[in-house]
Design a protein around this ligand. Structure first.
Ligand code: ADP
Ligand code: MG
Length: 698
């Protein structure tokens, strides 16, 4: 690799390349499209496509693809080469504006939750010029949105862009009220911290559960787990360091601002954080990051596990979504200002977020709902399934003072007046940063911590942007009609604090007492599982809010409800089938072999001397035999449940059955198998152990 500034973004058709390769006119017109969402005319598109093709070919590309994010959770691409036949029997390399703007992948096997049945069979992809094209391998990748011919979104990018626009529209209304006329647009920014595990590839290959499901379905507790806390921020092992180095280089070439890396709490667990960028780009980059993480791992004889809970009894992996709102001039609207005027504006935006999180806590929970993430949320680790907001003592005291109409800190005689009094400076990143809160204010941004490590960050940000847009809309409606701006502003802020303070919690989010208080006294939602929360996507208030801001249509919401539950059902069913397979083909035979060896040993000993003590062999054979019988019974139970669930009439019913019957049956089977593992000689056990997986990469 050359120098970092030289290599950074070398595989990206970014602004530097555009400026160099496009005529001034074409560049200016493309810039308008990127910055202001102006429609692109075909002549400009043709010119851009030509320049993109030449640049891509010069950088080794032979193919192009419309790169998109279907509802499966991964990214999709179908490669077309640039070749086109020439009359002389040869080929020329072509790429037209039309091909750049629109693609028609055969979409029939992407999930649509019934949407395509009611509209057109095929979908199309449309270029998103706000996210730069890039080269991956030998392919020019063009970030696109994916829709049905009826215009219904079949992907995650489309509603994300719509939610960003919704927030932009409403935030601008507020800014105008504060006299900020120069601001052209408001965007949300995100810096997603990504957790992951690295395991040895050879060991991974020996575990069908990891191969098929991304998580271990069996595994006795190792002698050492994470109890020593000696891994967090510990020295990075050479093999991991080499991996991180190459990963960074690959990401930098793609223009991804990979910045921070460290070991996480669990052994073999690590984290990568980029510098934040516009939500849309951060989302594309996070998808790419996850892909490159896995690719680079393979080159190092490693496998990168992005599953939320690869190992029972060891911390799972999440993704922290650091989120803020900023103007095109770079002013962070969640940053407390220098003047009373700016402070009042800050407090209004802050209140918009508090109100949004309280009113749409269910949508935030739904946005992170997957079978994998259910193992973290509500399981005494990571954030709980209850959504609450952490503000820190200082900011909390300020809001309390406003609510009670007293002075902050209780020293001054007068009450605090917004727009007159200066807020005290509260230190950013104060040391008591609460790591147990699902939604924490960290000085100039909010950190939403409920995302699972494999989630696309699109889902959470769609809901967050939309909910905040709704708060801002209500504020703007009131304030625009206000006869006296200052007093109505003050009243609005006070009322918001009063109405929504139940969502603010600055204590320990893992505490059982909190869950009790949250649900029983404060009436907050506690949806522990995916089937518990997803049906609320279709609650009237949620449909009303999301459709009124044009983030989703009602049909799209229904389809997303279906797809989310379908994914949940498929995921857990595959896990259950994998367990059955592993038990029958590997675990029971392994127990049998060891039992046979022990029996033979005992027989041989007794032949030598009939008084020879054989207690160990006898007891172990006895316990293992009982366990083997139990395992067989549990497996049959599991198969019965699987059979029964196949005849469920409706996806909600199937998902509930999985939650209530299948997962508990899987738990029982695992328990017996894990005990058998702890009793069986290592050479008979067919899979690498937890200890080997967690401590095997050095
Ligand atoms: P920690 O692990 O202490 O939470 P990190 O430094 O690992 O902190 O991650 C913080 C993340 O927040 C980084 O991705 C950073 O770029 C991002 N971030 C910082 N400021 C903002 C902001 N204004 N808006 C969005 N994200 C931000
Ligand atoms: Mg963090």
């Amino acid at each position: 690799m050359g120098s970092i500034p030289e290599e950074f973004g070398s595989l990206v058709f970014d602004d530097r390349v555009m400026r160099a390769k496009l005529s001034a006119k074409v560049y200016a017109s493309l810039k308008k499209t990127i910055d202001e969402g102006k429609e692109l005319d075909l002549n400009v598109a043709n010119a851009v496509a030509g320049a993109m093709k030449d640049w891509a070919i010069a950088n080794g590309a032979t193919h192009y693809t419309h790169w998109f994010q279907p509802l499966t959770g991964v990214t999709a691409e179908k490669h077309d080469s640039f070749i086109s036949p020439a009359p002389d029997g040869g080929v020329i390399l072509e790429f037209s504006g039309k091909e750049l703007i629109k693609g028609e992948p055969d979409a029939s096997s992407f999930p649509s939750g019934g949407l395509r049945a009611t509209f057109e069979a095929r979908g199309y992809t449309a270029w998103d010029p706000t996210s730069y094209a890039f080269i991956k391998g030998k392919t020019l990748c063009i970030p696109t949105a994916f829709c049905s011919y009826g215009g219904e979104a079949l992907d995650k990018k489309t509603p994300l862009l719509r939610s960003m626009e919704a927030l932009n529209v409403q935030a601008l209304r507020i800014l105008r009220l504060f006299g900020n006329d120069a601001v052209k647009c408001v965007r949300t920014s995100v810096g997603p911290e990504q957790e992951y595990f690295l395991v040895d590839k050879e060991m991974y290959n020996k575990r069908p559960d990891l191969v098929y499901t991304g998580r271990t379905l069996f595994g006795a507790k190792p002698p050492k787990g994470q109890e020593m806390d000696d891994h967090y921020f510990g020295v990075i092992k050479p093999r991991v360091a080499a991996y991180m180095e190459e990963l960074n280089e690959e990401l930098w070439k793609l223009g991804i601002l990979a910045k921070t890396e460290h070991n996480e709490v669990a052994p073999a667990q690590h984290e990568l954080a980029p510098i934040y960028s516009t939500t849309n780009i951060a989302t594309d980059h996070n998808q790419l990051t996850m892909e490159i993480m896995q690719k680079v791992a393979a080159r190092h004889g490693l496998v990168c596990l992005l599953h939320e809970k690869p190992f029972a009894g060891v911390n799972g992996s999440g993704k922290h979504n650091n989120w803020s709102i900023a103007t095109d001039g770079g002013v962070n609207l969640l940053s407390p200002g220098e003047t009373p005027h700016e402070n009042a504006q800050f407090l209004l935006f802050l209140c918009a977020v508090i109100k949004a999180v309280d009113e749409y806590q269910d949508l935030l929970r739904i946005s992170v709902a997957t079978a994998g993430n259910d193992h973290r949320l509500g399981a005494n680790e990571a954030p709980p399934a209850v959504v609450s907001v952490f503000l820190g003592d200082e900011l909390n005291a300020i809001l309390e003072a406003i609510e009670r109409d007293v002075s902050y800190g209780g020293t001054a005689k007068t009450t605090m007046k917004l727009g007159v009094d200066v807020l005290p400076k509260f230190p950013r990143d104060t040391t008591d940063r609460n790591r147990t809160s699902p939604f924490a204010f960290t000085g100039n941004k909010f950190e939403f911590r409920m995302l699972g490590s494999s989630n696309s960050i699109a889902c959470a940000n769609i809901m967050l942007n939309a909910a905040v847009a709704e708060s801002l809309k209500q504020f703007a409606d009131t304030l625009e009609a206000a006869p006296d701006f200052s007093s109505v502003l003050h009243a609005t802020i006070r009322k918001t604090i009063k109405d929504h303070k139940r969502i603010i919690f600055n204590g320990n989010g893992y505490d059982d007492a909190w869950i009790k208080e949250a649900t029983e006294q404060r009436g907050l939602c506690n949806y522990r599982t995916t089937p518990d929360c997803v049906p609320h996507l279709l609650d009237e208030k949620n449909v009303r809010m999301l459709t009124s801001h044009k983030v989703f249509s009602e049909a799209e919401l229904k389809s997303r409800y279906e797809i989310t539950l379908e994914n949940y059902c498929k995921t857990v069913t595959i896990e259950a089938n994998t367990m059955v397979d592993m038990v029958k083909k590997q675990i029971l035979p392994a127990i049998g072999s060891y039992v046979k060896e022990l029996s033979a040993t005992a027989t041989a000993k007794l032949a030598l001397d009939s008084d020879m003590p054989c207690g160990f062999e006898r007891n172990t054979v006895k316990r293992l035999s009982a366990l083997a019988d139990g395992i067989a019974v549990h497996t049959a139970e599991l198969e019965n449940v699987l059979l029964k669930l196949r005849s469920a009439d409706e996806i909600g019913e199937e998902a509930n059955g999985i939650r209530d019957e299948l997962l508990p049956a899987m738990g029982r089977l695992r328990l017996s198998c894990d005990e058998a593992e702890s009793l069986t000689a290592a050479k008979y056990w067919p899979f690498p152990t937890y200890g080997e997986l967690l401590f095997g990469v050095r």
